[in-house]
Design a protein around this ligand. Sequence first.
Ligand code: SF4
Length: 286
Amino acid sequence: MSGEESLLTPANHDRDVLGMRHVYPVVSRRAGGVSIGVNLNPNNACNWRCVYCQVPNLTRGVAPEVDMPLLERELDAMLEALVRGDFMVRRVPEGCRVIRDVAISGNGEPTTCRQFDDVVEAIERALDRFSLLDRVDIVLITNGSCVHRPEVERGLRRMARHRGQVWLKVDAATREAAKRINGVAVDPERQMRQARRAAALCPTWIQTCMFRMDGRPPPEEDIQAWLEFLARLKAEAPGFRGVLLYGLARPSMQPEAGRLSPLGESEMHALAARAEALGIPARVSA
Ligand code: SF4
């Protein structure tokens, strides 16, 4: 464990805070407590390259093979420190000293991990050992690109049995906007299929990052396409729960960082209101 004694706050959640390879603690605003992060991409590799990505030294690629015994040891050590140790008192602000979830959220895309279902199973076993299974959520934060893979489908089915939820990234619903924001050629129809698939297996929220680029807010035609995407998903996927809107909570580590700036709180809430007008629950985390 690191000798650092500072409290973990939403602005201070470096992933190597405890010196572990895969597991890190975050005091999460969204979760209202401690979120245990599981990073399957310690190699900083992702199959996308979003302009706002906060991962330093991001490279194009996939998750490496996970050392499963190491992951299990790290999960146990983290849970031991949080549940039985003095970690909460020493490092977590008062009022946040509760474990809210385990979030599979790496320095890259976690569904590129070929052992995805084994990872979910390991998380379940660890939670069970600490009597937390079905008492905390298991969240997957993903760009959705590999949810169709058999090992991911198996993992999502497992998650759904134990308070699982998927947060699936859809920042843009046109090819042009996706290329500009996510750095990939994504077909919106494919994204729709992936979102439907995820929602069929596990309750799914769409997560969308909104911001200004070169001082300009998202173009109206992009917003329209995004709203149409959400409305169609609502009609076609009963497991779709709503949309999570977030801004630039942490600085981008990509070359475009200087071109990005946050939307105002009222602009974010106005976007959420437009989704809600379509009957889609919307939460803002600026
Ligand atoms: S999908 Fe996530 S990890 Fe990958 S580039 Fe985008 S923000 Fe970064």
